[in-house]
Design a protein around this ligand. Sequence first.
Ligand code: UDP
Length: 460
Amino acid sequence: LEKVLEMEEKPTRRRVVLVPVPAQGHITPMMQLAKALHSKGFSITVAQTKFNYFIPSDDFSDFQFVTIPESLPESDFDDLRPILFLLKLNKECQMSFKDCLGHLLVQQGNEISCVIYDEFMYFAGDAAKEFKLPNVIFSTTNATTFVCRSVFEKLYANNVLAPLKDSKGQQDELVPEFHPLRYKDFPVSCWATLESILELYRNTVDERAASAVIINTASCLESSSLSWLQQERLVIPVYPIGPLHIVASAPTSLLEENKSCIEWLNKQKVNSVIYISLGSLALMEVNEVMQTASGLDSSNQHFLWVIRPGSICDSEWIECLHEEFLKMVSRRGYIVKWAPQKEVLAHPAVGAFWSHCGWNSTLESLGEGVPMICRPFSTDQKVNARYLECVWKVGIQVEGELNIGGVEKAVKRLMVDEEGEEMRERAFSLKEKLIASVTSGGSSHKSLEEFVHFLRTLKR
Ligand code: UDP
């Protein structure tokens, strides 16, 4: 009897199971979310696959990490490219995650109150549904991309997206009702067919089994897309709770950060350096690297350049580049394999960010008031670039084939011309708005509080 009483008196601690996509740009916001929820009193379990396995530092010592068993070859992550890899991973993990979740439920019983999964790990939603466990979709990209994905099937069926197959022609035209997005800005990938993209998006935006959607964005950035999602598309609540990197920072880098670049930045003048990084997946051809380096050189600006190993096609690192490249770097540049990006963007010497416009990089740059040169590669990056240039007006997009003149012009517009100064001012005011949104009384702050309340009151 004593034991029963003891059990009755003990309040059940609430645990959430988080399922990130195994890629840097998805693990980071998921771990930031985990930190935020942990600080609100939730216990955390992170379920991950062997791909890009996140090895937690002491900052995560209170968290439980479990592995979802699967038997895909290690090479699939690189060989298949994101869309096909995700389709395969979801099929592969369908059963094994069910077993994994079943074990967790046996171990932890009523403690588990919810599964929160990256929008692309939809197998986790299916498994949660089987156990009648509430589940929440976490979108680590932005709300506008979510909108595009959610209408993709309809537009595709009505042949509205036919121009996407067109290599030139209508690519520059605006997509009806999606201004300012042009066909070429629509979030599709050059590495997959429209049919594979359709299959992925159909599952990604299938919210029928979910209890809510959380998005790493703020209403000051995307109010109309957020309203549309909530009013026209989703019957479940949408919580814009970002930018999460300001809410809860935590070390989440999969690669070792080279901090020597901060010492180099310390020696540079205010707003005099352009920071170049293309995130964790984008690739460049040798010729593009050379054109960019020459354009930077002729613009006379200093630059800090992240060249990730394997990011130049057919090369381990920079050994394929001509001697001329190293000469240009030694004149005004500094190269690292991986940088402490948030620290770099916060450094006063950094005046602009040449970026592939991944959503995390975009939020990190906006959060520090740094204007951007946009060179998107794929999917949501194209939407982000278009918004940076045409909606928030804090970026310049470099389109088409890269050439020295084009690079030099873009760099000078941002680093030298008055136009750049105006963009910097706008970026600064956006920074203030973003900080206000995650501070007490701000929209994302309120949204996170509401989401936490929602999680606490969820019933199984
Ligand atoms: N990043 C970093 N150091 C680098 C380059 C990138 O820490 O040298 C981080 C960056 O801060 C961001 C993430 O890697 O949080 C990249 O995510 P993003 O969504 O921008 O692009 P993705 O890698 O998904 O294409």
